[in-house]
Design a protein around this ligand. Structure first.
Ligand SMILES: [Cu+2]
Length: 83
């Protein structure tokens, strides 16, 4: 499991957050816990596979927002969400 954090400029309201979250879900159908925050200027999500950051960048830019940077880190489940 990986946690992806993308820094994104240009989100102004809840609609923007929803727009970014939808874009991520569409580009990465296996993305989980997709969350976009205008307050932090970033979007985060979890993925089973390591993701293609170029694809993420492209998807964000196609929405009209500014992709600043992104990072991927290994994510350990804590049992709370275990199946
Ligand atoms: Cu907005």
């Amino acid at each position: 499991m990986y946690k992806v954090t993308a820094k994104i400029d240009g989100m102004m309201c809840g609609m923007c957050e929803a727009h970014i979250a939808d874009t991520i879900r569409k580009a990465f159908p296996d993305a989980k816990k997709v969350n976009a925050s205008r307050k932090h200027g970033e979007a985060t999500f979890l993925s089973e596979q390591e993701i293609d950051l170029e694809k993420l960048k492209k998807a964000i830019e196609e929405t009209g927002y500014t992709f600043v940077s992104a990072s991927v880190e290994p994510y350990k489940k804590r049992g709370l969400f275990g199946r």
